[in-house]
Each structure stands twice: as C-alpha cells, then as structure tokens.
Ligand binder design. Structure first.
Ligand code: ADP
Ligand code: MG
Ligand code: ZN
Length: 611
C-alpha cells in the first residue's frame, strides 16, 4: 500500500512538471497582438507592416517597430487572393517582405499533435504505473488457477529407499511402482493395468512424504509435490483449475510422480460438509477423479497421495482405477526406531559409546519425525553446553523434552511444594512397582517440564499392540498413585493431580464403551462418534443407547476407578516407609534413574501383586 501511494505521488509530480514544460514551450516571449484579416489589410495600406510569414493559415505579422502580431486567413483561398479581395493597396503590399513557409514542417505537426497526444501519453503513463503496481500483489488474480506445484526433479541429494528405515512392507509394495516407471513395457505387453494411484496411509511423521520422494528417487523420475490444502482457496473454481494444471504439468513430464500431500483436505466424504467451503472442496475432488480417469493406459504418471485420515476419505477416491492401492505406514517398532536413529545420526558428531538401541527402548510411540527431532534437539543441547560431541545424556534429555516440553529448572517452588511433588511422584512410582501388570519405572523426576510439575517415566519391557484389561487397570492404579499419596500424606489434594484424574477417567470410560471390558455390559461398543468435517474433530458423540444403559456405563466406569483407587491405596498404605524413602531421596536428588529407584525399594521387599 505504501508503495502505491509513493508511486502515485511521483506520477503526479511528473505530470505537473510536464505540464509546466509544455506551457513554457507554447508561450515564449510576450503575447503577440491578434489581428483580424481586415485589420491586417488596413495596416498594410497604412504602411505599418514590414513582414508577413505565411505558414498554412497562420500569418505571423511583424509591424513597424518590430512589434509582432498574428492573424489568420481563410483556408480555401491563397493569401494574396484574400488580400486582393479585401482591396489591399498593391504598392503597399510590394514593400512588405512576404515569406511562405512549408506547411508540413515539424513544428506544424507538433503544434497539432502535441496538444492531443500529450494528455494521452500522460494518462497512459498513469495506467502503466498503476498496472505495474498492481502486478506485484494481484498478479495472482491472473495466475490464480495455476497450481503451486513444486518440482523436485534432478536434485543432487536424491532420496532413495536407503534413506527410509523400516517400513518393509510399504517399500515392497512401492518397489512395483518403481519397476513400472522403469520398464513399463514388461507390464503393458502382458496386458496388465498399470496402477495409477497409490494411497499412503499412516500417522503424522511416519514418513509418507519421505517415502513418496524415495519412490521418485529410486525410479529416477521427476517428483511433483503439491499439498491438497493448496487446491482450496477462497474463490470458487480455483481448486478445480489448479488440479487440472497440476496434472497437466506432471503429465508433460511423464514418466513422473505426482504427489498429493494431505489429500484428506479435499478428499473427504462428499456431502458431509458442515460449514462453508465444502462445495469448492467437492468440485476439486471431482476434478481429481476426472483427471485420474482421464489418462491413457500408457501414460507413465503415477499419482501418490498421503493421508493420516483414511477413514474420512470419499469412497469414490478408493475405487479401482483410482487410488486402488493402499500402503499402510506403521509406527516404527523398536528395531525400526534404531534404524531411523542410525539414519539421522549420519553427519552428527555422536559420542563413540552412544547406544542407539537404548534410545530406541526409551522411545515407544515415537514417530520417525519425533526421532529425527530428538537427535536434532540433542545436538542443540550439546552445542548449548559448548560440547563438540553429542552424549547419550543429551539424547535422554531431548527425549523428555520432546515428550513433555522443556525442563524448567528455573521455576522457583517452595520447600512445601517440593515435598508435595516428591510424594506425588513417589506415589506413582511406588504403585507402578507394586503391581505385576504395570510397566517398569524408568525414571522419576521432580524437575518440572512443560505443564507437568514432575514426572514418572514408565516404559514397557517389550512393545505390545494388544493391551489386556489388567494392564489397563494397573495403568489406572498408577495414575491414581499420585493422588492417593498426596491424600494419605497431607490429608489434602492439590491441583497437581488433575491431569492424572482426567487421564484415568478417559481410560476407564474407553475400557467400558470401546473395549468391552466391563463384565456387566459385556462386549459391546457404545456411542458413535460423529465427526464434524469442518473442524476435523470428534465434537459430538451420538448416543445409540438408552438412559438406563448410560447410567450403567457411568456405574461401570466408576467401578473401574474405584478398584484402581483401592489398589493404589493398599500399596501405599502397606509401604509407607518405602514411599517416605523414595520421596526423601527425590527431594534431595530431584531425579532418580531406574537403578537408583529399584535400589531404594530393595530393603522393603516389595512383592508386586495383581489387582
Ligand atoms: P509424514 O509425511 O508421514 O507426516 P514425513 O515423511 O514428512 O512424515 O517425515 C518427517 C521426517 O521424519 C522425515 O523427513 C524424516 O526425517 C523422518 N522420518 C520419518 N519416518 C522415517 C523413516 N522411516 N526413516 C527415516 N526417517 C524418517
Ligand atoms: Mg507429510
Ligand atoms: Zn501425577
């Protein structure tokens, strides 16, 4: 905006300057007297005229005494004819110097043209400035339908399958795509239909984008990348035309890969929209479908799309001939995590005796992106400590930072508060140690991190995909541990337990309504979650059961919580001395590693039990 006003200012200034120069040219010297032709004749007769210059119809007259005057003649007749008609004295006329100037002189034309052309020029100049201005900001108004498609073609640091750890099944599936891009003949000759669309499904950070890029790298073809959210704009119709443009660009470069990231942004079930903008999305989706149908069998363009919400995709997208291949990217297991860590520790100055396996053990539930982040944070931590190499401790630190937020050692807490936090965390840890089905304690800390005042880190011995109801109960009891310890020791409860209670309540409700773990209600799920497409979140829970069942559910949830509470209470009450010992050490040392923790417990001879 500022730029525009500034340029407008200059335009006005230029205009004024030009006007001044122009008027200066036109009026040089004192204004000559204007004579009528009759006047001129009588002056000639009176011998007052010394010279007349005729140029066209204009007469420049010089009067005696060098005074200038101008006059005009009729255009039809010549100068002498006109004078003769008006009865000029021939003798007088002969005394005058008569000069006839060429009509087509430069000055003549300028005299005619300049007054007409100059304003036009100035106006044109104005428009030019304004257009040039507008171009910067609003050039999108003209290139709106063009897709903001990015090409990662022949970059030097090509991604290949080697850069992707784990994901063995996914890679196997995609090998086929690579094979096709490399030698399509083999497939076409036998009459095989070539895959057009492959949908990569997986949680955020599992490497969908990375893998898509690796496919292009393996096949050595150009990789076009566009995010589906870029299709959708404020203006109707833009999405469809951008889609067309993206496909056209990619097809021109075939064999190639077109990667549509986050396709759920446009590919959600049609007709399910709440709130504005879904019409535009539907048009964009339709256009994608049309494009997917519209290319010939031997066009070597393969469309890869990524989503973390395959459940919300429109079924038309998944039909044969479109995204009929689906590749699932799992969260990495412990072995994959070690491999991912290995890949990302390339080029980082790691301490010689760093054990990546141990780091993999500590990071269940971390995605590839999280792990990359952990190593990066560790490098930053090491650098901040002016260290030249990254140590194992830096990595442990950064794991907790990624999980819980940065450490806040600076937060000042009173001795009383510190004691409460210590007993609270000791409670969690003790209950976990006292239950057979709970995961072992890895670390207890009362240094606050992010939102948490302190934390107890438990990690499963081995990774499991299935959870039993006794494991859940043990989790519930462990969550209650902090609350119970505060209550038993201080007879009062602080707000520090609120998050634990929320986690426990949510878990207990899921056990009843989702996992069918309640004996009374049996193996049924209750409630349908409706999703608001507009917000992309479950914001309403539809009830498909009666008031009576609702009351039963509440009763069962309370039952689970009470059982967990009682178990936690029993462990804490029968091991008060152990609780004291843990809390005291925590107050002193602030952090207990796994070994220290179990060493404290040794003398108390704690026998883990079931619930
Ligand atoms: P998504 O697209 O699934 O959200 P990305 O492909 O963008 O995830 O992954 C983000 C980053 O995480 C990658 O750039 C890479 O550094 C890392 N990453 C994720 N998965 C892996 C993996 N399997 N192997 C190596 N690095 C990975
Ligand atoms: Mg991605
Ligand atoms: Zn707690």
């Amino acid at each position: 905006m500022k730029l525009i006003t500034l340029n407008l200012f200059w335009a006005v200034i230029t205009f004024i300057v030009l006007a001044v120069i122009f008027s200066f040219f036109l009026n040089t010297g004192p204004k000559p007297e204007a004579l009528t032709i009759n006047d001129l004749v009588s002056r000639i007769n009176a011998g007052e005229v010394t010279k007349v210059v005729v140029s066209g119809n204009d007469l420049k007259v010089t009067l005696s005494g060098d005074k200038a005057a101008i006059a005009k003649k009729e255009s039809e007749s010549s100068f002498s004819d006109t004078l003769a008609n008006l009865g000029v004295d021939k003798v007088a006329l002969q005394k005058i110097a008569l000069e006839i100037k060429d009509e087509s002189g430069f000055q003549f034309w300028m005299g005619i043209l300049l007054p007409t052309i100059l304003p036009l020029l100035v106006i044109g100049f104005f428009f030019w400035i304004i257009f040039r201005q507008a171009k910067g900001g609003a050039s999108q108004a003209f290139t709106f339908g063009r897709a903001n498609i990015r090409l990662f073609a022949h970059s030097k640091d090509k991604t290949t399958f080697k850069d992707v750890a784990g994901l063995r099944e996914a890679k196997q599936e995609l090998e086929e795509v690579v094979d096709f891009l490399k030698n399509p003949k083999k497939f076409l000759e036998i009459g095989a239909r070539i895959p057009r669309g492959v949908l990569l499904m997986g949680s955020p950070g599992t490497g969908k984008t990375l893998l898509a890029r690796a496919v292009a790298g393996e096949a050595k073809v150009p990789f076009f990348h566009i995010s589906a959210s870029e299709f959708v704009e404020m203006f109707v119709g833009v999405g469809a035309s951008r889609t067309r443009d993206a496909f056209a660009t990619a097809k021109k470069a075939a064999p190639a890969i077109l990667f549509i990231d986050e396709i759920d942004a446009v590919g959600r079930e049609r007709g399910a929209g709440v709130g504005g903008g879904h019409d535009e999305r539907e048009q964009t989706l339709n256009q994608i479908l049309v494009e997917m149908d519209g290319f010939e069998r031997d066009t070597r363009l393969i469309v890869l799309a990524a989503t973390n919400r395959p459940d919300v995709l429109d079924s038309a997208l998944l039909r044969p001939g479109r995204f009929d291949r689906r590749v699932v990217l799992d969260m990495p297991d412990i072995k994959d995590r070690e491999e991912i860590l290995k890949i990302h520790s390339r080029g980082k100055a790691l301490d010689k005796d760093i054990d990546l396996r141990k780091i993999a053990v500590r990071t269940p539930g971390f995605s590839g992106a999280d792990l990359a982040n952990v190593l990066n944070e560790a490098a930053i931590l090491a650098a901040r400590n002016n260290s030249k190499i990254i140590k194992q401790d830096n990595i442990y630190d950064s794991i907790e930072k990624v999980m819980l937020g940065p450490e806040r050692r600076g937060r000042v807490i009173s001795d009383k508060e510190k004691e409460i936090v210590a007993y609270h965390e000791a409670g969690h840890a003790l209950v976990a140690a006292g239950l057979k089905d709970a995961d072992p304690v890895h670390k207890v800390s009362i240094i606050s991190r992010g939102q948490a005042g302190g934390y107890t880190l438990k990690l499963p011995i081995e990774e499991v995909r299935l959870h039993t109801s006794s494991q859940f109960l043990a989790d519930l009891a462990t969550a209650m541990g902090g609350y119970v310890a505060e209550k038993e020791m201080f007879g009062d409860i602080t707000t520090g337990a609120s998050n634990d209670i929320k986690v426990a309540s949510d878990l207990a409700r899921k056990m009843v309504t989702r996992f069918g773990m309640s004996e009374k209600l049996g193996p049924m799920t209750f409630g349908e979650s409706h999703e608001m497409v507009f917000l992309g979140k479950e914001i309403s829970q539809g009830r498909n059961y009666s008031e009576k069942v609702a009351a039963d559910i509440d009763k069962e949830v309370t039952g689970f919580i009470n059982r967990a509470f009682a178990a936690a209470k029993k462990i804490i009450n029968t091991n008060k001395k152990a609780l004291d010992a843990i809390a005291k050490t925590l107050i002193e040392k602030e952090i207990l590693e796994q070994e220290d923790f179990y060493n404290i417990l040794k003398p108390f001879n704690l026998k883990p039990s079931g619930i």
